[in-house]
Write a protein that binds this ligand. Structure first.
Ligand code: PEP
Length: 257
């Protein structure tokens, strides 16, 4: 069983929710209130882009993140948001390569690789999502390794301490009705393997310093076992982060007593 050697990191991915700025601010305020006396966990909230300036104007106890960015610095790229824009609006983190972007927007590994590099270049922490498509796939390890080789290709050993990885098996994301979270055993196997790949790339010591989170149907009831038994240093939380009470309980549960 794991001892907690890194401060758990919980990243709320609100996806395309809620529909109004008023609701977004109300939800953020409730989360903020709930976590204000908690210092043993780092919480990052990633709202839709349009709410970022509003949150930036407030003094919150969580860090601010975005759900995506573009890979170019500036220019004629209609509808895109650069890493520097996010940094200038107070973001510390940016989720890169979420499976929903791969599946709905055909985002390729090559595009994700460039986004990882572009975010590091301006001092944003890329939260890089990696995971196999199908449950029980005999090629799962090969898929994970291939994704890591491509997505992390431009990152030096020194920069490796500035990234966060998420083991996000696509089959476990709650947006598909009836989906189940991975088991802590699935999570442990994948995260151990990811650590091996990282150690081969950057050495054992650097690999140990990297936060690897779990993402996929995380709830207040299962977060503890992903940390205790699954080897996760925290979680990327989708649906459960849209309910302040649930999310605050989940944050509290992530602190191993
Ligand atoms: C996610 O968005 O990465 C995610 C894990 O979502 P959910 O928690 O809803 O499964």
């Amino acid at each position: 069983m794991k001892t907690q050697n890194k401060k758990p990191l919980l990243i709320a991915n609100w996806k395309m929710n809620p529909p109004s700025a008023k609701e977004a601010l109300a939800l953020a305020k409730k989360v903020d209130q709930g976590i204000k006396n908690i210092s043993d966990v780092q919480v990052v909230l990633c709202p839709p882009f349009v709410y970022i300036p509003i949150f930036h104007a407030e003094k919150f106890n969580f860090l601010l993140g975005a759900q995506n960015c573009f890979w170019q610095k500036q220019g004629a790229f209609t509808g895109e948001i650069s890493p520097a824009m996010l940094k200038n609006l107070g973001c510390s983190h940016v989720i890169i390569g979420h499976s929903e972007r791969k599946n709905y927007l055909s985002e390729t590994y090559e595009v994700i690789r460039q986004k990882v590099k572009a975010s590091l270049d301006v001092g944003l922490i890329p939260v890089v999502c990696i995971g196999e498509k199908a449950q029980g796939s005999p090629n799962a390890k090969r898929e994970l390794e291939l994704q890591m080789q491509i997505l992390l290709a431009d990152i030096s050993r020194t920069q490796s301490s500035k990234i966060v990885l998420v083991y996000e098996p696509e089959w476990a994301i709650s947006s598909v009705k009836g989906v189940q979270a991975a088991t802590p055993q699935d999570c442990e196997a994948a995260i151990s393997f990811m650590k091996e790949v990282l150690a081969r790339k950057w050495g054992e010591a650097s690999a140990k310093g990297i936060h690897i989170l779990y993402g996929g149907s995380v709830r207040k009831e299962n977060i503890r076992e992903f940390i205790e038994k699954g080897g996760a240093d925290g979680a990327l939380v989708g649906a459960a982060s849209l309910n302040a009470q649930e999310f605050v309980s989940l944050v509290k549960e992530s602190i191993l007593g």
